[in-house]
Write a protein that binds this ligand. Sequence first.
Ligand code: URA
Length: 482
Amino acid sequence: MIRAPIPPTFEAFRDAARALLARHAAPEDVFWEDVVEGQGVLFDAALPALPAPASPPPRGPSSPAPRVPAAFMSLASAAACHRDPGRFALLYRALFRLTHGEPYLLDVAADPDVARLRALEQAVRRDVHKMHAFVRFRRVEDAGGGERYVAWYRPDHRIVRLAAPFFERRFPSMAWSILTPDESARWDGAELRYGPGLPRDAAPREDELEELFRTYYRAIYNPARVNLRAMRAEMPAKHWSTLPETSAMGELVRDAASRVDAMQAGRSGAASAAAAYVPGARELPVLREAAASCRACALCERATQTVFGEGPAGAALMLVGEQPGDEEDLCGRPFVGPAGRVLDEALSGAGLSRGGIYVTNAVKHFKWEPRGERRLHAKPVGPEIQACRAWLQAEVEAVRPRVIVCLGATAARSFLGGRFSVTQSRGQVFKTPWAEAWTATYHPAALLRMPDEAARAAARAHFQADLVKAASLVAGGAQGSG
Ligand code: URA
C-alpha cells in the first residue's frame, strides 16, 4: 500500500497522480487521504507515503508519459472539489484505466466509475452556480482607508477556486474578498489570491448598502413568477442568513397578486404597462426612484438595474437611445460604454456639451442573451418598447425639451409606434406633441458595427451633421415642420 496524503485540491491530486502513474502504482494499492490544514491525517501513519511529486522516476524511451485526455482534466478539476472522501481514489482509478488500455473510458456513460464521476462533477458545477448567484458583498473600510467588499459564503463543496474567477471577471475594478470555511479568495484589482478558510464572524453582517440592495431586489423581483416551492429549492435555507433580500421576501410574496393585476391591465390595453409604476409627479428624482422598482415587463428579471435618463430638468435637448448596454447596466447610467464614447465625440464635434443635455433610452433595462461568459445585447421587441413607453413619456413631460433626437429606430418607434426607417427618414425635423423639433439619426452603436469602411465613414458624417443640426435648432429656436 502507498499512502497519498494530499491537500484537498485538484492541483495536489494532479501532482500526486502524476507521480503514482510514473511508478505504475495500481489504484487498489494507493490509499488517498485528505490533509486539511490544522487537522491531522485520519489513517494509518505507518504506511509508506508517496515520494515528493517533484522527483518522479526518470522515464526511458520505452515508457513515454501517459496521454491524459483534456476531457478528463476538466472532469477531474470539478470532481476533485467534491467532499466525497472517495473522490481521489475514484479519480485515480479512472485515470489509471484511461492510461492503461481504456482510452475511451469517458465515453462509456454506463461505466460505474464514469457515472459516479459525472455525478460528482454535476454536483460541484451546480454548487459553483449557486455560489455565483448567492454571494453578497458588504462594504468595509480596509486599514489604509480604502474600500473593500467582503462576503462570507458556505458552499457545499470546496469550490472557491472554481467560483472565484467569475467574480474577478464580474468585478474587476473592485477590491473584494470571499471568505468560506474552507478557503478564502482575495482580489485587489491585479491578482487573485487564496488563503485559509475563515468563520462567519470574520465578515460583516450588515453595511449601509443593505437597504440599497433590498431596493434593488424588490425591483428585480417578478411577481408573475412567484413559486414558493421552487424558491425554497433554488435558494436553500442555509444561505438565508447571508442574503439581505430574504427580509424583503414576505412583503414581495404578499403583494405579488396585485402587482400581476397591474401588469396585466397594462398589457391588455393600449396603455404602456409601466403606467402602473409611474407616479403622478413630473419631477426627475421622483420618477427615477420609482423607475428603480419597475417590473412592467420581463426585462427587469435579467438586468442588474433600471438605467434611468440623466441630465438637467429643463434641458433644451433630449437624446433618446435604444436601451442600456452591458456597461450601462452595471453602472446604472446611460451611454457610458463604447456607444457613449462615439456619442460624446460627435456631441463635442457639434459644439454640444453632454452636461446640458438630457440623455435617456426608450427601454430602461438591458436586454441580453448569454454567449459563453459574455452578455450579448439583444434588440428589444415591440411589446417591450411599448411597456417602457410610459417612462419616456414621463421624462419628456418632466424635461419639456425643445428638441428631441432619437438615436436609432427603436427610440423613434417608441414615440411613433410601428416601423421607422432611419436610413430613409434621418435628419428630417418634425413638429410633434413631444417637442417643437423632433428628429432621428443613427444609433452610435450602429456606426461601430458597420463592417464596410466607406459606409461607416458616410454614416458617421451623417450622424455628425444631424447633431450639428440639432445644435442649431437648440441655439436658434427649434422649428420642425408638420
Ligand atoms: N446604447 C443605447 O441605446 N443606450 C445606452 O445607454 C447605451 C448603449
